[in-house]
Write a protein that binds this ligand. Structure first.
Ligand code: NDP
Length: 289
């Protein structure tokens, strides 16, 4: 028999998580602020709880997935006593500092706290390719509950600092957002002459994949060796070329605000004597002071 689990928060993601646990055969207790959202899960065999307290006392493991960690803090604070001796896995998106703060609060109340970052959309839960990052001081509690958590997605343990799952999560999503911004500007630019997006899409897709395959490992090596000199495409050249991009955006009737900061970074790189370096130099320029 599978071990019991409680899920707090039945938004799009919490519902997908609870549903995956039910499909894997876990007795699943569910609670949501707006009680009506328990309906579809109850139909799948979940036990709805009237209060968050009833929910957390039903299982040794509580998974919480709300909009923000402020909401998590507000929800869990009155339940500290009920949670003592149990494990909380918080899959709400947040910052490393928020995760460490929640971990400190939990530790002070004898609660095992594991923070997590979901690298999937709800539709991908319990399908191949989805994974969840986890971190926390109580690695033994993670080991205990790992078989249960595997029902949600592959598990990736990233360390004992509770902030690490959020750090990895935000770093991966940062790469994605940067790519998405570039893709948006590219489609806007090609579309400014009426070229259908679907016609341009294969070229753009192959280009972005090829550039990613080169830039990610190349930047990693440059950063780890602190060696940014390049004989390929240096920052001095990029700085001179980039005004053409901003000019073309404007000429084609597009806004330039998304890429203006990039020109500023290139200017600063060259002004600070890094003109012969490659784009990997930007990693060091992004540090404050
Ligand atoms: P939804 O907006 O669908 O659900 C939000 C949930 O939070 C609801 O259950 C809501 O309850 C609950 N909630 C909000 N405020 C409070 C509060 N003060 N007290 C109690 N419950 C509260 O969001 P998602 O399910 O999509 O996302 C949940 C988390 O998962 C977020 O942190 C998100 O960043 C993360 N995530 C989401 C992904 C996605 O693709 N959706 C992907 C990866 C991570 P109520 O129903 O009563 O409003």
């Amino acid at each position: 028999t599978q071990s019991p689990v409680t899920v707090l928060g039945l938004g799009l993601m919490g519902t997908a998580l609870a549903s995956a646990l039910l499909k894997a055969g876990h007795p699943t207790t569910v609670w949501n602020r707006t009680a009506a959202k328990t309906g579809p899960l109850t139909a799948q065999g979940a036990t709805p709880a009237d209060t968050a307290r009833d929910a957390v006392t039903a299982s040794p493991l509580t998974i919480v997935c709300l909009t923000t960690n402020e909401n998590v803090r507000a929800l869990l604070t009155p339940e500290a006593e009920a949670l003592a001796g149990r494990t909380v896995v918080n899959l709400t998106n947040g910052t490393p500092a928020q995760a460490r703060e929640l971990a400190d609060w939990a530790a002070a109340h004898g609660i095992s706290y594991i923070d997590g970052g979901i690298m999937a959309v709800p539709q991908m839960i319990a399908t191949p390719g989805a994974y969840i990052l986890y971190s926390g001081t109580d690695e033994a509690a993670f080991a205990t509950h790992r078989p249960t958590l595997e029902a949600l997605a592959d598990t990736k343990w990233v360390g004992k600092d509770p902030g690490l799952a959020a750090l990895y999560d935000l770093s991966l999503l940062t790469g994605m957002y940067g790519m998405a911004l570039g893709v948006a500007q590219a489609f806007a630019l090609i579309g400014s002459e009426g070229i259908p997006a679907r016609e341009f899409a294969p070229l753009l897709r192959d280009w972005v994949v090829a550039m990613t395959d080169g830039i990610v490992p190349g930047t990693a090596e440059a950063v780890d060796n602190d060696q940014h000199l390049t004989d390929v495409s240096n920052l001095a050249m990029n700085r001179e070329a980039f005004p053409n991009f901003l000019q073309a955006y404007a000429d084609q009737g597009l806004r330039t605000e998304m890429f203006e900061p990039f020109q500023g970074l290139l200017d600063r790189a060259v002004d600070e004597g890094h003109g012969a370096d490659g784009l990997s130099r930007l990693v060091t320029l992004l540090k404050q002071n």
